[in-house]
Design a protein around this ligand. Sequence first.
Ligand code: MF3
Ligand code: CO
Length: 289
Amino acid sequence: MRLGRNDICWCGSGKKYKKCHCAFDDALREYRRAGAIIPPRKIIKNANQIQGIKESAKINVAVLDYVSDHIRAGITTEEIDRWVYEQTVLHKAVPASLNYEGFPKSVCVSVNDEVCHGVPSSTVRLKDGDIVNVDVSTIRQGYFSDSSRMFCIGAVTDEKRRLVQTAKDSLYVGLQAVKPWGFLGDMGQAIHDFAKSNGYSVVREVGGHGIGLDFHEEPWVSYVSKRGTEMLMAPGMCFTIEPMMNMGSADIVLDEGNGWTVRTADGKPSAQWEIQVLVTEDGCEVLAW
Ligand code: MF3
Ligand code: CO
């Protein structure tokens, strides 16, 4: 059904359609005619929702800042889980990971060859030379945020340090390609090309996701996609950029014991940083890092 120009816009802003998403829908219709995958309305955020997501993201960033200030050799990954739970609750929010599809902890902590979804444990103690990903996600008043950082514990080899740095740099490379009326594949290919030029591989099976009103929304975001393919980016879309970069092969294996932890198949190190971005009228904005 097509809205009349004076009807109230579908986005929930309360504004008249002609003053809100009318021109947006016209543009989308053209792209769809040309064969593009266009974003469904339910993932386009209005100003109110963006405000709520930003408040959630502030807490996510604060919790990761707390982890940055306290992480060190000798602690267990279960201690990080406790910090994340306590800090999140202190900010009147809830960890999005806790009980998510049965995930038993408040945060994912992935060490060395663990690619993602490492389950905090009292038996995993951080030691000199480890590289560690801490992936924090927050629900505040129904709005979701998600970001992760890498930490180098003590004296980390140059080889591992370069992997960690390249995974971080790849986010800036990807961000250059995030703008309205571009394609997610523009960003995916930019990141993949950058990883390959540095001698690294990118995990294919696990990617990023839309986020905001739910933890994982459309679209699924690949970092091995091709320029000009995947979903069209449009203002109001919010998603994560979180490529997993491996020192060796891209192949991964799932821990059958806990059903969560993903590791590199060859046992070589993996690194990942994650940011949450919003597509704006003239580019993008990083909401969580
Ligand atoms: N934070 C992860 C992501 O980036 C999701 C973790 S889901 C969990 O999508 F259940 F493993 F926590
Ligand atoms: Co994520």
